[in-house]
Write a protein that binds this ligand. Structure first.
Ligand code: ZN
Length: 449
């Protein structure tokens, strides 16, 4: 009996000791939680987000409460609380990621400096049951004013398929700015030589666009405030031009084997079917490749003055000609021609149209051997169907430097140069860029208004 009593007493004692041990380990622990900012911005606008990670490996996170203090006034943001099913177990939340969407103006915050204070508490019974706490403190500037845009350029007369330039000045540094023409965005390039926060943006109107609803300068500051300003403009629709192309068996026998060899996926049941795959699908794919190459904007302007046209050549086809293709008198396809075809003598020397950096020198589907030159500010020229290329990718070339010889590689029927120009990934009419007076009035005048 005595032994049993002693046993019960010892067991009770062990339970008591381990209970106290557990309680002091879990509920009286003195290790505060940790707060790690995931995104706690330093400059904010009307709406912003606070994102953070909190960890507590002992009793677990009990609550996280953000507060914004401005001018001695505390703006409390609803806390996140983590309860537990049994009070002695703590919350069990060892790690948590939280975010708060803050409506600064609705909360009554005003423009100017403020302080973000985030307090995390754990489930420990320390500090009169309030738990251990960690505080993250960060200064923040509340900016509710969008940037101010001052338009500098004066003339914005643009043809369908034509180019232009917009210059403007902002009153503060921004994170994103450019010109928006309907769905197209033309990023602004900083122009420090013409003053602080001054930008220029080369723009283009796709050949099939005859009306524009939105033509705006847009600027977004670090706080997310966006400014937009309409650009007074005039659009000149182009006169559509049509052209007929006869596809003969001789042409198919001459051209199609090359495409079947190099692009096996275009192979159809007949030569004509393969031609149609080349003319539709490969053309489209090549257009996307060119767009990708010519969408990068080099901040430096390499080109100077008028672009050089292939010497002693005649135009055989114009920009944006609508071509209808016939086979044995039957209409088989319709495509738009995105450059100018220039014919001189066979294997004529091809000069670089202006100063720039060769960014592509390789075969390119329907365009055959092609060189693309980056002239800076988003302006590119391309030279296709070359029989030979003498410039290499990465090479800086001067206006007039020989980069290759004309030929009939790709889908060309005869020896000629297909000359294209691209602004920010959009094919434009090269005729404007060959005209020194047009450049002076529409580009240079707007750069230095
Ligand atoms: Zn062409």
């Amino acid at each position: 009996m005595k032994r049993i009593l002693r046993l019960i007493f010892i067991s009770f004692f062990i339970i008591l000791i381990s209970g106290v041990g557990f309680l002091s380990y879990m509920l009286l622990e003195g290790t505060p939680p940790k707060i790690e900012p995931v995104s706690v911005p330093k400059v904010v606008g009307k709406v912003f987000e606070i994102r953070l990670k909190a960890t507590d490996n002992r009793s677990g996170i009990k609550e996280i409460e953000p507060v914004i203090v401005q001018g001695g006034k505390k703006h409390i943001i609803p806390a996140r609380k983590y309860g537990s099913s049994h009070w002695w177990l703590g919350s069990g939340v060892k790690e948590v990621q939280e975010k708060w969407a803050i409506q600064a103006t609705e909360m009554g915050l005003k423009e100017g400096p403020a302080k973000i204070l985030i307090t995390a508490r754990d489930s420990s019974f320390r500090n009169l049951l309030k738990g251990n706490k960690a505080v993250l403190e960060q200064d923040v500037v509340i900016d509710l004013t969008p940037p101010r845009i001052a338009l500098k350029s004066l003339i914005h007369n643009i043809r369908s398929g034509g180019s232009g330039l917009v210059s403007y000045k902002l009153n503060e540094p921004v994170v994103k700015t450019g010109v928006l023409i309907d769905g197209l965005f033309f990023p602004g390039t900083p122009n420090p030589g013409r003053g602080q926060n001054t930008y220029i943006s080369l723009i283009a109107l796709p050949f099939d666009k005859i009306r524009v609803k939105k033509f705006l300068v847009e600027a977004a500051d670090q706080a997310g405030n966006i400014a937009r300003m309409g650009v007074p403009h005039k659009i000149f629709p182009r006169r559509p031009k049509k052209d007929k192309i006869n596809i003969t068996d001789h042409f198919l026998q001459l051209k199609i084997p090359y495409f079947e060899m190099n692009y096996p996926w275009v192979k159809g049941a007949t030569l004509l079917e393969t031609f149609l795959n080349v003319n539709r699908e490969l053309r489209k794919k090549n257009g996307e490749e060119i767009k990708a190459i010519c969408s990068k904007i080099s901040a430096e302007q390499f080109w100077k003055g008028a672009f050089k046209r292939l010497p002693g050549s005649a135009s055989r086809a114009n920009f944006a000609d609508e071509r209808t293709y016939y086979y044995k008198g039957r209409k088989i396809d319709r495509q738009f021609h995105m450059g100018v075809d220039l014919a001189s003598r066979k294997h004529a020397k091809v000069p670089a149209a202006n100063n720039g950096m060769v960014v592509f020198a390789d075969s390119l589907g329907i365009y055959g051997n092609t060189i693309i030159i980056d002239h800076g500010l988003g302006l590119y020229s391309m030279y296709s169907h070359l029989s030979e290329m003498t410039a290499e990718k990465g090479e800086m070339v001067a206006k007039g430097a020989i980069i290759g010889h004309t030929g009939s590689t790709g889908l060309a029927g005869g020896d000629h140069l297909h000359y294209g120009m691209v602004v920010n990934g959009i094919f434009v009419n090269p005729v404007e860029w060959w005209d020194g007076r047009w450049i002076r009035d529409h580009i240079e005048a707007n750069m230095n208004p």
